[in-house]
Ligand binder design. Structure first.
Ligand code: FRU
Length: 480
């Protein structure tokens, strides 16, 4: 049962959805096949789980305005990762231990009970923060009952201690939490439990100025640790990294270390940090292992502290969305991300050309345009540079001399052109998903990914291809 206070907050949030439904739905920039908040602000995906054949995605949600604050957990379910149903609100910030927000966390199946772990964020009247790792349970996967606090702050950390991700290994449950040490280093901290209620602190398994890593940000958010293709991967969002060449240009970063967790010593031995996504909006990714054995990642298509008041959708009382679900694979120590194959269900009206040849010119291809489409370029052979201009609001450029892939867009904050880039040894394929106001580009079958929001004019649906030198490719396009 939910407390009266929680029930009241939930009713207020439903009223907010009703009040602004028309305004939200009238926005041309509402996405067609991505998860968005019904009203207000969405940030991190939470509690990803494939449970009794149903995919559950919870999310950080502020129903009452388009800024941050005391977050709820919204909830979507799907049988196929493509068609989603909005479920009842899972958690509202009602109790002494979570009154300033039911912050991010994860889900597990405990013997048929869908169990959530989340951070209770608490602030006093002076703004001092406290943090509690909390648990909530549901028999039907829809109605959740809070069971209180299971982890309090261990010594040595500030109250920036949050985002529990829980998994089972052998007889034990483990929880990794994002943290800031008292020396202001970002950390990933490990706990162990037999019963999900009593947790033993094992220590920081990785972080800045620990083991082989030097300074690496003042806070690590949203850790996720999992096995993949015979190794272990730690995803984490370090805050406070300085831009370095083509790396770390967003306000906060999101990436991974590949390594091995020594459960006994509570140490994660790992290689270097790699950004998961090279675009403008990507943060707080979380993964789940589905019943088909796939490791699936979904991230927030946004970044904290990034000109949120300037987003065009704020005028329609909503902001942000989640990325498409992506399957992860590890090849030669690098994570590859590919859109889950269920997304092919959305395809209609295929148009294809093979052996398109362009030499020092810009062309458009009959039927290759639109605002809600999938494009697949394969067998790319390039001598020189190529460019794909998308709806006069973004450009994708590959420079084969410098071996650099660039995504440019018109900034929604000031209208100026801005870019993100990465090194790419060669380019053989580009798989792009365009929605009314988002773009996801998977280069070379997911070797590099660029995710971004963009806000083109509705009437401009043009896509053009240009080469400085010679370019040959095959292309398929679907409306979605
Ligand atoms: C990441 C984050 C998490 C926190 C949540 C609050 O975007 O700051 O660390 O739990 O958002 O909404």
């Amino acid at each position: 049962m939910k407390s009266e206070k929680e029930q009241q907050l939930i009713e207020q949030a439903y009223a907010e959805i009703e009040k602004y439904r028309d305004m939200v739905e009238k926005d041309y920039y509402r996405l067609h096949y991505h998860l968005m908040p019904p009203v207000g602000l969405m940030n991190d995906p939470n509690g990803l789980i494939h449970w009794n054949g149903v995919y559950h995605v919870f999310y950080q949600w502020m129903p009452f305005h388009t800024g941050h604050g005391a977050k709820f957990w919204g909830h979507y379910t799907s049988c196929d990762l493509v068609h989603w149903k909005q479920e009842k609100i899972a958690l509202a910030p009602s109790e002494w231990f979570d009154k300033n927000g039911c912050y991010s966390g994860s889900a597990i199946d405990n013997d048929g009970i869908l169990t959530l772990f989340y951070t209770g964020n608490v602030k006093d009247e002076y703004g001092n923060r406290q943090t509690y790792q909390c648990i909530a349970m549901s028999k039907n996967g829809i109605d959740f009952e809070k069971k209180g606090v299971v982890v309090t702050l261990p010594d040595g950390y500030t109250a920036h201690f949050r985002d529990p991700k829980v998994w089972k290994k052998g007889e034990n449950w483990y929880m990794v939490v994002g943290a800031q040490s008292k020396n202001l280093d970002g950390r990933a901290v490990l706990f162990r439990s037999k019963n999900l209620f009593d947790w033993e602190y094992l220590g920081a398994i990785a972080g800045g100025n620990l083991n082989q890593l030097s300074d690496f940000g003042y806070m690590w958010e949203c850790p996720d640790l999992f096995e993949l293709d015979g190794q272990e991967v730690l995803l984490v969002c370090p805050q406070g990294l300085k831009a370095e060449g083509m790396k770390y240009h967003n306000v906060h970063q999101s990436g991974y270390f590949v390594g091995r967790l020594d459960y006994e010593a509570a140490q994660f031995f790992h290689g270097s940090f790699t950004e998961l996504d090279r675009g403008f909006e990507f943060y707080a990714p979380q993964t789940m292992l589905d019943e088909k054995g796939r490791r699936i990642l979904i991230a927030w298509m946004g970044v904290p502290d990034q000109d949120e008041d300037k987003h065009p959708t704020v005028a329609h009382r909503w902001i942000h969305a989640l990325t498409l679900p992506r399957q992860l694979k590890l090849k030669d120590g690098k994570l590859y991300q590919t859109p889950v194959k269920e997304l092919q269900m959305l395809r209609k009206d295929k148009i294809a050309y093979s052996g398109v040849t362009i030499a020092n010119e810009e062309i458009m291809l009959e039927g290759i345009s639109g605002d809600v489409i999938e494009l697949h370029l394969e067998n790319i052979r390039l001598l020189g540079d190529m460019e794909i201009a998308i709806r006069n609001a973004a450009r994708l450029i590959y420079n084969s001399g410098e071996r650099v892939l660039t995504l440019e867009r018109k900034s929604f904050a000031n209208g100026l052109t801005e870019k993100r880039q990465c090194h790419l040894e060669y380019l053989h394929s580009l798989h792009m998903f365009l929605d009314t106001s988002s773009i996801e580009v998977f280069a070379n079958d997911g070797e590099e990914v660029f995710t971004a929001r963009f806000f083109p004019y509705k009437n401009n649906q043009t896509i053009s291809f240009a080469a400085n030198g010679q370019l040959v490719f095959d292309i398929e396009k679907w409306s979605l």
